[in-house]
Design a protein around this ligand. Sequence first.
Ligand SMILES: [Zn+2]
Length: 273
Amino acid sequence: MEKREELNRMIRYAQRLMKTKDDGILGDVTKVLIEKSIYKNPLINKQFNSLQKLIALIQFTALAKGIESGKIDGLIGSQTRFAFEQLIYLEKHSKLPPTWRAEDQVLGKTDSESNRHNPHGFPTYQNIENVYGEPASNLKTVQVPFELRLAWDKSVKVQKITCHKKVAPSLIGVLEDVLEHYGYDRLKELGIDLYGGCFNHRKMRGGKKLSTHSWGAAIDLHPELNQLRWNHKRALFAKKEYEFLLESFAAEGWVSLGVEKDYDWMHFQAVKL
Ligand SMILES: [Zn+2]
């Protein structure tokens, strides 16, 4: 239901962009207009289907307006979702929203017990380079203990992920515990296998600093139902069935922004607050 609604909003936005009636239906007229709009755009893959082209058009529009929208891949991932909300705000208010410092707020100290538990000596953001080096350095590609599905294209199976070499053993350890506890069928049912990305050299969503993903020291799981600004009332990982998942990360010293800050429940990082 929510997904259809989201798609509908995106179609209507693209229709307004192309100055046609915004009925939210990807019909023939809209398809022709999309073809026209992207025809000379070298950044948009002409092999995409109509819907992917429409999403790509939105991604390109965001990019052109200085909003970080990730790859122009025609897929709706968290970055696209975030960029889209910025575009809607821009359309309404003729300016970008004030920076909402999602992951940025992690700079504020937290005194919780789970944040103090630090068996592997993970750094805080302030001393991240002393421990992990420069962004995008010391990376390692590792086999995951169970097959993941790419969250925004579930037909894509992921067997290996790239993260910082210092966090790899504990991350694999968490995934092994999770597999042992839930079993593969159950964890798949719970969507714990829906992979939203690990290493990704980018800024924090809604912030200006580099995300902890830039060091490969963070992983996102099941982004669709743990969206950036959702709190525990909406986020899936705040539900009881996921307690073990949260505890496993905490036991290895990983920080859940959901637990600590009550937003971005998809996000776990090997960086202390
Ligand atoms: Zn994240």
